[in-house]
Design a protein around this ligand. Structure first.
Ligand code: FES
Length: 203
């Protein structure tokens, strides 16, 4: 995660190939449609969306800089300052709060010694609170990068952070083995259908 807010930004050749592939999906003259995915791509390269990123995406998509900035500041997925390599976003909205997000946050603070908005000295972790991330049925949960970690407790959150510190593989999704958003303990309705039907299969 690098770069200052005003530093010029350019896609590396590898990322530029991906940027061209994204733009090729849209008709000529409609490059503006690529603003969202190009901001995301730039964030994957730089780690965050700097002013330089906004300017470069505006140039490539032939879009006014202010329009790109409006998009970049509307969606919380875009970060506007450098974050840790593992940017931990803990949902503290109502379902997660009722199901123990305070304990999830406490485990991270205990393990990393940082508060919400903080970053570890080695830049490995940063911590943020998030509004509902759409996984309420498996609350409490947190997001790191593209991955969701669900059905967390103090202990499983602490173990997750410890594994990330050591660079070990981690289990994504439900930490108690739920499949999707099924109830704890397995399906409770249409159980017979679930075991006998071939969803999407030929008769
Ligand atoms: S309230 Fe946490 S995912 Fe919806």
């Amino acid at each position: 995660m690098s770069g200052s807010a005003t530093e010029a930004f350019q896609f590396t050749p590898e990322y530029m190939e991906q940027a061209k592939a994204i733009l090729a999906k849209y008709p000529q003259g409609r490059e503006r449609s690529g603003v969202l995915p190009l901001l995301d791509l730039a964030q994957r390269q730089l780690g965050w969306v700097s002013t330089g990123v906004v300017e470069e995406v505006a140039r490539i998509t032939k879009t006014p800089r202010m329009k790109v900035l409006e998009v970049a500041t509307f969606y919380t997925m875009y970060k506007h300052s450098p974050k840790g390599r593992h940017h931990v976003e803990v949902c503290t909205n109502i379902a997660c709060w009722l199901r123990g997000s305070d304990e999830v946050l406490r485990a991270i603070k205990d393990e990393l010694g940082i508060d919400v908005g903080g970053q570890t000295g080695d830049d490995l972790f940063s911590l943020a609170e998030a509004e509902c991330l759409g996984a309420c049925c498996n609350a409490p949960m947190l997001q790191i990068g593209d991955e969701y970690f669900e059905d967390l407790t103090y202990e499983t959150t602490r173990d997750l952070v410890r594994k990330l510190k050591r660079g070990e593989p981690v289990k994504v999704g439900s930490q108690i083995g739920r499949s999707g958003s099924e109830p704890e303990g397995g399906p409770t309705t249409l159980a017979e259908f679930c075991t006998t039907s071939k969803v999407g299969g030929a008769e």
